[in-house]
Design a binder for this molecule. Structure first.
Ligand code: CS2
Length: 496
């Protein structure tokens, strides 16, 4: 991104010059670290970093965050040059607000200094680790949760070379922590995985087994490490030159780590923190015994709908989610998807009506100030579809119900995999299973049924019962045929 940097940069030295309402809620640089966060992307900065800052502003606590970027140096350098400070611009349809967040107590670059990260994880002052590393970084089979230990991870776990993968860093850190007897810790997945707490526990346990950890180490870690499940929610598109320009206008100084996000935010966290936690409830988080129903609500009722808009929108040539949602007939189809399929597929949290939730989601997606690209949401479909869409279909079919609208969403993904939009424009595939998908499609007959057969045969994406369900396959093939023959616009018009 081309950025012109002025002479003044956000940092401790320029804080006093910021407009009053833009200043952080805590005194930056003074809060001791209590949290390590893996994955310094835009989502973390606009979500957990904000909750933690608001919580410390209201209730104090030694919960400064050391942010670890696994690979990207750009962001680490930008944040280091700014004393860990960055701004969040909240974008409503008709107004925006920018505030600097002061909860980062430091930044590290894992790829160039893995030992520092392992050392931090073994530090008794660190009592919570949070992660936003995206679905694929867990290297778990999306359907079964079985570890797909690829070569780099295997090397991280079976040799003493500096670790390069996220699970490698985490597990090597835990082994060092056990050896140092540094005490209990909570590992908190904030990624959109199904049962993310249990998935992270499974990842750690399978990795420890591969690393050949001793029984006493395994016993200590089993007793001292908790894995609270969470539901995280805030729409935070990748930052652009426009995001930085907006921050500059509001702050009067340059912020090269600025993010922009929608006003809405939600965090539901299982309250299982053996060495304490920030008072996130003071920032609006819901602490609960079981985040499962919230997680299903969000994965199916928001992320599943998001993926539907992304694939149909991208194929129809729409650049952003808000533009895609304006396609005639789409909002109506999505309401049917939520009411007939998503709502019937699981039991929501007490007091929540899934259709009301779905309406609120559509309003959020329509926010024109959030320029969230369809191609960004379309990324990594093989890792996202199971928990967002396929579980909905599997649960409905297990009850003997139809999954008509869910079949359309699956068909939209398959149509996206054709690689060409309705206007002939190219649709690049950004997915860790791109090669497997390409190989499966290359030998399949080009008919809708052939495509369905080839993709449903990928066991890491499609649960076995759904893959064998002929009625569902026929429905997907029917929608795929319509999308290929008539295009998205006509298919939606015919569906309404
Ligand atoms: C989106 C999510 O990119 C995607 O796949 O569906 O990042 C979504 O914006 C967040 O989960 C909202 O909380």
């Amino acid at each position: 991104m081309a950025v012109s940097v002025g002479t003044d940069r956000l940092g401790l030295a320029t804080l006093r010059r910021l407009p009053e309402q833009c200043r952080p809620l805590v005194r930056p640089g003074t809060v001791p670290a209590g949290i390590v966060h893996l994955g310094l992307g835009a989502f973390h900065r606009a979500h957990q970093a904000v909750y933690t800052e608001v919580a410390m502003g209201a209730a104090g606590g030694d919960w400064g965050i050391v942010g670890v970027a696994p690979r990207s140096t750009t962001l680490v350098e930008a944040l280091a040059a700014q004393d860990g400070l960055f701004s969040v611009t909240t974008l409503a349809a008709d107004r925006s607000e920018t505030r600097v967040v002061g909860s980062l107590a430091g930044v590290r670059h894992a790829a160039s200094d893995p030992a520092a990260v392992v050392g931090l994880l073994a530090d008794p002052a660190i009592r919570v680790v949070t992660l936003t590393v995206t679905e694929k970084a867990y290297q778990l089979d999306p359907v079964s949760g079985v570890l797909r230990a690829e070569e780099e991870l295997t090397l991280d776990l079976t040799t003493d070379r500096p670790p390069v993968t996220v699970p490698g860093l985490l597990v090597r850190g835990l082994l060092a922590r056990a050896a140092a007897q540094a005490g209990p810790i909570a590992l908190v997945s904030c990624d959109n995985l199904p049962a993310n707490g249990r998935r992270l526990r499974g990842l750690v346990q399978q990795s420890l087994a591969l690393a050949g950890a001793s029984d006493s180490t395994l016993g200590r870690l089993a007793a001292e490490v908790s894995y609270p499940g969470t539901m995280v929610d805030r729409i935070v598109p990748a930052s652009t030159a426009e995001t930085l320009a907006t921050a500059r206008t509001a702050l009067g100084v340059d912020d090269l780590a600025a993010v922009a996000a929608e006003p809405y935010r939600q965090w539901v966290v299982e309250d299982d923190f053996p060495a304490g936690r920030p008072q996130w409830e003071r920032a609006g988080a819901v602490l609960t015994a079981d985040a499962g129903p919230w997680e299903r609500l969000k994965l199916r009722g928001l992320n599943g709908v998001h993926s539907a808009v992304a694939y149909l929108g991208a194929v129809a040539g729409r650049e952003t989610i808000a533009d895609a949602l304006a396609l005639p007939g789409l909002a109506g189809v999505l309401r049917r998807f939520v009411a007939d399929d998503v709502a019937a597929s699981f039991t929501p949290p007490d007091g929540v009506r899934v259709t009301d939730y779905g309406d609120q989601v559509l309003t959020r997606f329509a926010n024109p100030a959030i320029r969230h690209r369809t191609l960004q949401v379309a990324m990594d479909g093989s890792q996202k579809l199971p928990q967002r869409v396929l579980h909905t279909a599997a649960d409905l079919r297990a009850q003997g119900r139809s999954a008509h609208w869910t079949a359309l969403v699956v068909a939209a993904w398959l149509r996206f995999l054709d690689g060409r939009a309705d206007d002939g424009g190219s649709l690049p595939l950004d997915d860790p299973l791109a090669e497997r998908i390409g190989a499966a499609l290359a030998v399949a007959p080009g008919t809708p049924a052939g495509t369905v057969q080839a993709l449903f045969a990928l066991p890491e994406v499609f649960p076995a019962a759904l893959a064998a369900d002929e009625e569902f396959r026929d429905e997907v093939a029917g929608w795929l045929g319509a999308l290929r023959t008539h295009g998205v616009a006509a298919t939606l018009a015919g569906a309404a």
